[in-house]
Design a binder for this molecule. Structure first.
Ligand code: GLN
Length: 471
């Protein structure tokens, strides 16, 4: 715990943490040590430092969603997943940085500044860079960490904790995991409680798990999964924690390669690693089959309508009355609401609220919201059809390319870019499927590349078993 705390201090320039809960961590570590010395029974994560994305409620510890709206907000309760980690003896190192309210794919859009990718300073990347790298804290060419759980991915990647919670609505756990060279796992929708996760899109949000290896992700899933009476969307079936079996024979495995995922924007390098991975499966005896997910190209626009509609409704709670920021204007209640929200939210959040309310207008509702729900069903059915045809897992890229320098990322219109980056990850959220990004290789630039495996709903254990073989 002390080593992790000192690494947090050393890597402060990464801006991975919004709040470091040093006192809490040291106290928990002492208690854990006492339990160990007295021979008391230990939890599954006893003494293990973990970090939590700052959109999960933590009792007595600030939970900001990287927004001015909640910059001083201290929740009175723990999210179920946070409580479960604590119940198993985990040590809470702090709350990690993100895009405001988890809207984004770069972790560049939060009220507390962007997250820097630890790989910007790796030996491997430095060796490949053209210009001589500057001192770490003032390097103009640093890379984005991916997002929106970029703080969690950077925290795990920089060895400041062993596991971190992210959230995943359209790829926010898998995308930064791929860019930071760690494992990013999005469980099946309904397997892990969302109670206390400040919502982005309730029908797609899932708590995500970031770790350095697949085994660790399985251990954390074992702690987190299961029915929660406080989240009616969690499934009732009892969940038994498991240790991942060692897969030695993949000859019965059928691996699907979705042909629509070969998009022109995909970098050559990722494409070649993707096909090498398929070859690896094949050479070990698995059957690799080209499959079709015909509605893939509608996924981004469909997500946009559904996401912004849910955002518009979710954000209504931030009105300056119950909690969070309140402006000084008291001319009228309406003026107070408006000024509070203008001061509290960044332009990404305000833009989504506007679009969402537009799609939900009485005259637009059928044409946009209802239609997008129908398209979502078609996208989900594409996966059902493929898995019903006997495919066990899909193998895809996680992102279009490796992490890019911040100064390039912000050049283009950030929102368009974010949307494009989610092409391979979003559909799994619309269909509620488990998906995991596994680091597979370093690019020519010495940067990590991740590939994604997607499985049928509630095949989480099998998916992680294959991922473990693959990593
Ligand atoms: N990039 C997507 C968005 O901006 C997904 C975010 C997420 O998964 N939280 O909405």
């Amino acid at each position: 715990c002390q080593k992790c705390l000192s690494l947090i201090k050393k890597t402060k320039f990464l801006n991975a943490y919004i709040t470091v809960s040093e006192e809490v961590a040291l106290k928990q570590a002492e208690e854990s040590e006492r339990r160990y010395k007295k021979g008391h029974s230990l939890g599954n994560l006893d003494g293990i430092p973990v970090a939590i994305k700052d959109n999960f409620s933590t009792s007595g510890i600030k939970t900001t969603c990287a927004s001015n709206m909640l910059k001083d907000y201290i929740p009175p309760y723990n999210a179920t997943v946070v409580q479960k980690l604590l119940d198993q003896g985990a040590i809470l190192m702090g709350k990690t940085n993100l895009d405001e309210f988890a809207m984004g794919s770069g972790s560049t859009d939060g009220a507390f500044g962007p997250v820097k990718n630890p790989w910007s300073y790796s030996k491997q990347h430095k060796a490949k860079r053209k210009e001589k790298p500057h001192a770490e804290s003032e390097d103009p060419d640093w890379l984005i960490a991916g997002g929106s759980s970029g703080g969690s991915a950077a925290a795990v990647s920089a060895f400041t904790c062993f596991a971190a919670l992210g959230s995943d609505t359209g790829g926010s756990t898998r995308n930064p995991a791929a860019h930071c060279g760690v494992v990013g796992f999005k469980p099946s929708y309904g397997l892990v409680s969302r109670h206390g996760l400040i919502p982005l899109v309730n029908s797609m949000d899932v708590p995500g798990i970031l770790t350095r290896c697949v085994d660790d992700a399985a251990i954390v899933l074992g702690v987190l999964a299961g029915h929660d009476p406080k989240d009616s969307t969690t499934v009732q079936d009892p969940f038994k924690p498991f240790t991942l079996p060692t897969l030695t024979d993949v000859s019965k495995l059928r691996v699907g390669i979705p042909k629509e995922y070969l998009v022109p924007e995909l970098s050559r390098e990722v494409q070649s690693l993707w096909s090498k991975a398929a070859d690896l499966f094949e050479s070990e005896g698995a059957k690799v089959i080209e499959v079709s997910l015909p509605h893939t190209s509608y996924s981004i626009v469909c997500y946009h309508v559904l996401c912004t509609a849910e955002v518009a409704s979710n954000m209504a709670r931030f009105d300056g009355l119950e909690y969070g920021h309140r402006c000084n204007i008291d001319l009228s209640t309406e003026a107070m609401y408006a000024a509070t929200r203008r001061e509290g939210f960044n332009d990404v959040v305000r833009g989504r609220i506007l679009s969402g309310n537009y799609f939900l207008l009485k005259e637009n509702y059928e044409n946009y919201f209802v239609k997008a729900q129908k398209v979502r069903r078609l996208i989900a059915n594409d996966f059902v059809n493929v898995f019903n045809s006997g495919v066990d897992v899909l193998l895809t890229p996680t992102t279009l390319g490796e992490a890019v320098p911040y100064k390039e990322f912000i050049k283009e219109d950030n929102r368009t870019r974010s949307a494009q980056d989610d092409i391979f990850t979003q559909a799994a959220n619309m269909a509620g499927l488990p998906a995991v990004s596994v680091p597979v290789a370093l690019s020519n630039q010495g940067l990590p590349v991740g590939l994604q495996l997607i499985g049928p709903a509630f095949s989480d254990q099998q998916l992680l078993t294959v991922a473990r073989w693959f990593e």
